[in-house]
Design a protein around this ligand. Structure first.
Ligand SMILES: Cc1cc2nc3c(=O)[nH]c(=O)nc-3n(C[C@H](O)[C@H](O)[C@H](O)COP(=O)(O)OP(=O)(O)OC[C@H]3O[C@@H](n4cnc5c(N)ncnc54)[C@H](O)[C@@H]3O)c2cc1C
Length: 397
């Protein structure tokens, strides 16, 4: 087991350039975006132009070829400034491009992956339904064979990028009796396909810049070239994408935690009470120390898990079972701890801000609202504990 790695010069350069991009381009629009709850189209377009839509995708498919480690650097640095922009990139990259990279045919990579990695197409991923969230294998959207193609019918829920995406990876049941193993297929569904439309768009507690949409499928006819990863293999496609998503979510949490802790540290040095900066009081210092411990620990967890995914490469057929199981457990650990530590750190950072932290529109108040979802989406933290416990029962510590 490798427990050390170094960032390449290209990955270091990416960190610097994303950090300055996020400060210069994203930071100025975040407060208004949060207030108006509008998808930040202009800054998303700038992220496309910077190549951020294809950071982990190999150059041969139109990406920057900086691996999962590079991708986590991207989400960490964007996450320092705004969670919505991170979630838009995450839904597109982890959940949209990963299935294409891992399971797409050469033709699917040419038609869908390369334009997505180059920033010409925005992707989304649609597993959740009104009746199936954690129990995603029980989804009800149907895929019925017709000729050499398929007809899809159903209602999907809470799709990040749903109202904005050019293509959505949609999971549907090709054989409900078989359940998740053999009964679910992943389909590539383009906006504009007859019968495919956006339904209700949700108003949310946080992540106000993201689109969270219901998607409706009514007699959507698709040719066989829209099947991604093989008939009946959709659950595997989805879970593999979520392993990538969960590590990158940890990276986004890491960014959010660092921003909150830095803001609290700065604030504490300037806020005078009882004649001293509040940073002089041990109760405040210990909160800051607890934040630093979590940040340090999560940094290792995120990048070790990402480096492991990079070492595994992007051909699932070549993965050993042990590697696959370790990857899934690592992703669950990073997602669960990352989101819970982020919640704790942001909560304590808000506490250090006192009443100001509770005032609408301050960065720490927004961070508090934005962070809550990370314990829920990409599999709730209860489900991450189920995944970890199951692996413990099977393979031990
Ligand atoms: C803003 C937002 C964006 C999202 N983006 C996407 C997206 O892009 N694509 C997509 O497909 N989905 C997306 N989702 C859906 C998200 O992944 C689900 O909401 C999540 O998986 C939980 O499902 P649920 O809401 O149906 O809750 P439920 O599954 O109904 O869970 C309710 C509660 O019961 C607990 N629970 C359920 N089963 C168990 C069990 N076996 N053991 C212990 N506890 C259990 C859960 O942990 C939770 O606390 C998004 C959701 C939101 C809110």
């Amino acid at each position: 087991m490798a427990i050390e790695f170094t960032f390449s010069p290209e990955q270091e350069a990416l960190r610097q350039s994303v950090r300055s991009f996020a400060q210069k381009e994203i930071a100025p629009v975040v407060a208004e975006m949060d207030e108006t709850e509008r998808f930040p189209r202009a800054t998303v377009d700038r992220m496309r132009a910077e190549g951020y839509f294809g950071v982990p995708i190999p150059e041969e498919y139109g990406g920057l070829g900086l691996g999962k480690v590079g991708y986590c650097i991207l989400l960490e640095e964007i996450g320092r400034v705004d969670a919505s922009h991170g979630a838009i990139l995450g839904a597109h990259t982890s959940l949209g491009t990963t299935p294409l990279l891992y399971y797409g045919t050469a033709e699917q990579k040419r038609r869908w992956l390369a334009p997505a990695a180059a920033g010409q197409r925005l992707l989304a991923f649609s597993l959740t339904e009104p009746g199936s969230g954690s129990d995603s294998g029980a989804l009800q959207t149907t895929a019925v064979p017709k000729g050499d193609g398929w007809v899809l019918n159903g209602t999907k829920l809470y799709v990040t990028n749903g109202a904005e995406a050019d293509t959505v990876v949609v999971m549907a049941a090709n054989d409900a009796k078989k359940g998740p193993h053999g009964g679910i297929t992943a389909f590539l569904v383009d906006q504009g396909t007859a019968g495919f439309r956006v339904g209700r768009c949700e108003k949310k507690m946080g992540l106000h810049g993201t689109s969270t949409a219901e998607l409706l499928l009514e007699q959507v006819e698709l040719g066989p070239e829209h099947v991604l990863g093989g008939v009946g293999l959709g659950f595997r496609v989805a879970m593999t994408a979520l392993d990538v998503g969960r590590v990158s979510l940890g990276a986004a949490s890491l960014g959010g935690m660092q921003a909150a802790a830095s803001a609290a540290l700065e604030f504490s040095k300037n806020r005078m009470q009882f004649g001293l900066p509040i940073s002089e009081y041990e109760a405040v210092q210990f909160k800051l120390a607890d934040m630093a411990m979590r940040i340090e620990a999560l940094r290792y967890l995120v990048y070790l898990a990402a480096a492991h995914q990079d070492r595994m490469g992007h051909d699932p057929a070549a993965w050993s079972r042990a590697d696959r199981e370790t990857k899934t457990r690592e992703a669950a650990v990073v997602k669960c701890l990352g989101s819970e530590w982020a919640a704790e750190v942001i909560d304590e950072a808000l506490q250090i801000h006192g009443g100001l932290g509770y005032i609408r529109g301050t960065p720490i108040e927004r961070a508090y609202r934005d962070a809550r979802i990370s314990e829920i989406f990409e599999g709730t933290n209860e489900i991450q504990r189920v995944v970890i416990a199951r692996d413990l029962m099977a393979r031990g510590l």
